[in-house]
Design a protein. Structure first.
Ligand SMILES: *[C@@H]1O[C@H](CO)[C@@H](O)[C@H](O)[C@H]1NC(C)=O
Ligand SMILES: *[C@@H]1O[C@H](CO)[C@@H](O)[C@H](O)[C@H]1NC(C)=O
Ligand SMILES: *[C@@H]1O[C@H](CO)[C@@H](O)[C@H](O)[C@H]1NC(C)=O
Ligand SMILES: *[C@@H]1O[C@H](CO)[C@@H](O)[C@H](O)[C@H]1NC(C)=O
Ligand SMILES: *[C@@H]1O[C@H](CO)[C@@H](O)[C@H](O)[C@H]1NC(C)=O
Ligand SMILES: *[C@@H]1O[C@H](CO)[C@@H](O)[C@H](O)[C@H]1NC(C)=O
Ligand SMILES: *[C@@H]1O[C@H](CO)[C@@H](O)[C@H](O)[C@H]1NC(C)=O
Ligand SMILES: *[C@@H]1O[C@H](CO)[C@@H](O)[C@H](O)[C@H]1NC(C)=O
Ligand SMILES: *[C@@H]1O[C@H](CO)[C@@H](O)[C@H](O)[C@H]1NC(C)=O
Ligand SMILES: *[C@@H]1O[C@H](CO)[C@@H](O)[C@H](O)[C@H]1NC(C)=O
Length: 697
């Protein structure tokens, strides 16, 4: 690691006005700030391709995954001088000096030096509670600020933070409304889109970004040293000038971009010698209704899960805010578990990857509840198109769920089964998704979803068996046996010689005879043989077992370039000059089917290093792009040296990529750049837990 002194010299050489910060374990393309749901999903874009400043919290506005600014400001006054520590408020104040940034699985921690007088530790925690549905149901995030005097003297310190109305809609021309109140020791700003549009998102290029319904809160403890103001830029200037705010609400409700409404807090820390008390802020939103769902029982508007635990929004907010000690201890436990398991599995590089992926993956899934009490999860296919519960997005994500709580996988699959078992879907193969746009899970009664038949039939069979193996819940297999048998018949027809079709990598286009796709289908048949065995359907079991064995032997003739040096599987049958990541072999290893001979694993392990580029191995011969999720699936199937090569390349890419977007899964293996406008902040990065899922079963 470079020493701080050396980095400071570098910063001076580069002509920077700020001293250099360290970044540990890496400087990610975007630093997660409040990342808890598709809408509470705000980052500090760091990479230069997206106008990042290298990862400095002060001087740049935080942004939603869709790139819209979510105004969030921090300032501090020390002995009458004002400094900015977050955002870019135009008040003519200098910025603090960031000295370090560290991320864990649940936290982003900044250390700041303010004029050599005080030190600030700024901790953003977006807790993930895989096994505590009450806590997981809340879409809030913490900002905690610690201040201490560092030069032995006392300093007069006031702290400031605000949010703008930009959080309440992606369209800045719509009206915002707001209020301020206190309740049981809590003070809060409440801000919302004046005209609520239930289940609607503002759409940009057909990508749904932020929610048009729900209520945003910015809360902190009530105290004598707290003051607040709801105004415009005047809020920030008032703090700069006076170090306190006027405790007033300006209720001229107006568009978000009309004299930008700003909702601020100031806390007078008084004379600080040593350490001042921590200041905690909670930011987030509530929606009573989460998702529209269409099932056999008809059309339902599902409630957000938090409504089953709390009487009202402010009770939910108060619970979350006052839960910080527990949240911190549970977050520390989860951070430690992921840290020790990742390091034991493949070292620090692996932890660099897994710890950056946790918040992102979980932020894409939303729990909702029926009046019967049944709970589901709904996934938003963030950024690539917004589909609900896309099967080939759940599939790359599912290792993180097997590792942390396989019941969540079931709760994502349940609505897909309910929809297809209710005859609401006409095709014989498995449905691609539950609806064209989250939060609408209204299905595809006309069967006109994106067609990926072999892909999705294979995915459903593999994930259903993986869930059952992880939990011992065999009745789930019996319950859905008939539907799975329908799908496996499709695979028997179409997996060995797959017709011209899309695989999950649809950006690369249609082709026939895809070697990796065929393997998914054949493993799906092998999974069904095991499912039939477990459910006492012995005739089916021996039938599917012999079909899968026959197919896997033919597949080796069709899909391997035997005379290539070294030999490898192809992208497309018969074309020995092609190759690709054989990531679908992962299903064989995960489910312990032993269908694919070890010789194929060994062959691929030897081959990948021969086609490695600077930042990884290309997805296939059609381009130099790759997918980080599929690289980690592949790594989990290789010998330790090739596995570590994949992991090192992805960790290096995270630290060096010029992209500034929330962790993109698609990137270029030579330049490290990002070849598209999509594939950012997607839950598929849960696939980086592929190795941990193997170990956890
Ligand atoms: C930041 O560091 C630079 C270089 O050491 C120094 O000149 C400047 O005064 C510092 N600013 C603050 C706010 O501490
Ligand atoms: C910030 O964190 C560092 C490292 O954990 C610690 O040494 C320091 O005392 C903390 N400072 C404050 C202001 O809490
Ligand atoms: C906020 O106030 C509650 C009591 O209402 C107290 O339990 C809690 O410790 C306070 N939190 C902070 C961060 O001061
Ligand atoms: C969901 O469906 C409703 C109609 O029921 C529509 O108004 C809304 O725009 C849809 N939401 C999205 C994000 O497409
Ligand atoms: C309230 O805000 C509006 C819009 O910024 C501004 O025109 C008006 O002067 C403010 N009222 C007061 C009393 O400050
Ligand atoms: C619900 O599904 C039925 C068909 O199963 C369809 O006729 C109806 O339009 C759907 N309702 C909504 C709101 O999508
Ligand atoms: C085996 O499965 C195939 C495909 O579903 C079916 O056509 C065939 O009849 C089955 N054979 C037996 C013996 O069950
Ligand atoms: C797919 O592969 C099979 C077996 O090699 C071959 O017969 C068929 O022509 C191929 N189809 C296409 C479209 O290339
Ligand atoms: C399941 O597989 C085991 C091991 O191969 C075998 O002994 C058993 O008979 C099978 N059961 C059924 C119902 O096929
Ligand atoms: C084989 O693959 C290469 C590389 O993708 C391609 O250029 C070529 O056209 C393919 N050949 C055939 C016969 O499809």
């Amino acid at each position: 690691m470079l020493s701080l002194t050396f980095l400071s010299i570098l910063a001076n050489i580069a002509g920077s006005t700020f001293a250099a910060s360290t970044f540990s374990p890496a400087r990610p393309p975007a630093l997660p700030l409040a990342v808890k749901s598709p809408y509470l999903n705000t980052w500090l874009y760091a990479g230069s391709d997206d106008s990042g400043n290298g990862g400095y919290l002060a001087g740049k506005w935080p942004q939603h995954w869709g790139s819209g600014v979510t105004g969030w400001t921090g300032m501090i006054r020390v002995d009458g001088d004002t400094y900015v520590w977050m955002g870019d408020p135009q008040v003519g104040a200098t910025t603090v000096n960031q000295t370090s940034y560290t991320y864990t699985s649940t936290k982003s921690i900044f250390e700041m030096d303010v004029a050599g007088k005080v030190q600030m530790n700024i901790t953003f925690t977006s807790p993930v509670y895989p096994n505590d549905m009450k806590r997981q149901s809340l879409t809030f995030s913490y900002l905690n600020v610690d201040v201490e005097s560092t030069d032995g003297s006392s300093h007069d310190v006031q702290l400031y933070t605000d949010i703008s109305a930009e959080w309440v809609s992606g369209e800045n021309t719509v009206n915002a409304q707001w209020d301020y109140a206190t309740s049981g020791g809590l003070s809060y700003h409440k801000v919302w889109r004046q005209t609520q549009l239930l289940f609607s998102e503002n759409m940009v290029n057909n990508q749904g970004l932020m929610a048009d319904w729900g209520y945003w809160y910015y809360a902190t403890n009530t105290s004598d040293s707290l003051s607040y103001l709801q105004d415009s830029d005047a809020t920030r200037n008032a703090f700069k000038n006076d170090g306190k705010l006027g405790n007033k609400q300006n209720k001229t409700f107006r568009p978000i971009n009309d004299d930008w409404p700003v909702f601020g807090y100031a806390v007078d820390l008084g004379s600080v010698k040593g350490t001042a008390p921590s200041q905690l802020f909670t930011l987030g939103y509530t929606q009573e209704k989460a998702v529209q769902y269409n099932t056999t029982d008809g059309y339902l508007e599902l409630d957000s899960l938090w409504t089953s635990y709390f009487d009202d929004e402010v009770s939910a907010l108060s619970f979350f805010h006052n839960d910080y000690a527990t949240a911190t201890s549970m977050s520390n436990d989860l951070d430690s578990k992921i840290s020790s398991d990742s390091k034991a599995a493949a070292g620090q590089n692996y932890l660099t990857v897994t710890s950056l992926s946790l918040r992102q993956a979980f932020a894409a899934i939303t729990p909702a509840i029926r009046s019967s009490g049944k709970t589901y999860f709904f996934l938003k296919e963030i950024s690539s198109n917004g589909n609900t519960n896309t099967v080939d997005v759940i599939f790359p994500m599912h290792p993180i769920l097997l590792y942390l709580n396989p019941q969540i996988l079931k709760m994502l699959l349940d609505p897909l089964y309910e929809n297809q078992e209710s005859h609401a879907y006409p095709n014989s193969y498995a449905e691609h998704d539950l609806g064209a746009h989250f939060p609408n899970a209204t299905g595809h009664p006309a069967g006109d979803d994106e067609m990926m038949p072999v892909e999705e039939c294979g995915n459903m069979l593999i994930m259903t068996l993986a869930y059952s193996q992880s939990t011992g819940d065999n009745s789930y297999l019996s319950d859905h046996y008939a539907k799975m048998k329908q799908w496996v018949e499709y695979l028997v027809e179409d997996s060995l010689i797959p017709a011209d079709q899309l695989s999950t990598d649809d950006f690369a286009g249609h082709i026939a005879n895809q070697t990796n796709l065929a393997l998914k289908g054949i493993i799906g048949i092998g999974a069904m043989a095991e499912i039939a065995n477990i459910t006492d359907n012995s005739a089916d079991s021996s039938n599917y077992s012999s079909i899968s064995k026959d197919y896997i032997s033919k597949w080796q003739d069709l899909g391997i370039a035997k005379s290539a040096s070294p030999p490898h599987t192809t992208l497309q049958y018969g074309n020995d000059s092609t190759h690709g990541l054989l990531y679908n072999i992962y299903g064989d290893k995960l489910l312990k089917l032993n269908l694919v001979p070890q010789s194929v694993y060994d062959m691929q392990s030897k081959f990948y290093p021969t086609v490695e580029n600077k930042y990884g191995v290309p997805l296939d011969t059609r381009s130099t792009q790759t997918k980080g999720d599929w690289e980690m699936f592949t790594a989990a199937t290789c010998d330790s040296s090739t596995r570590d090569m994949f992991i090192k390349d992805l960790a290096t890419w995270i630290n060096e990529t010029p992209t500034g977007r929330p962790l993109t899964d698609l990137y270029d293996t030579n330049t490290g750049g990002w070849p598209t406008t999509q594939f950012t902040a997607r839950p598929v990065m849960g696939g980086t837990y592929a190795l941990l899922a193997l170990n956890s079963k």
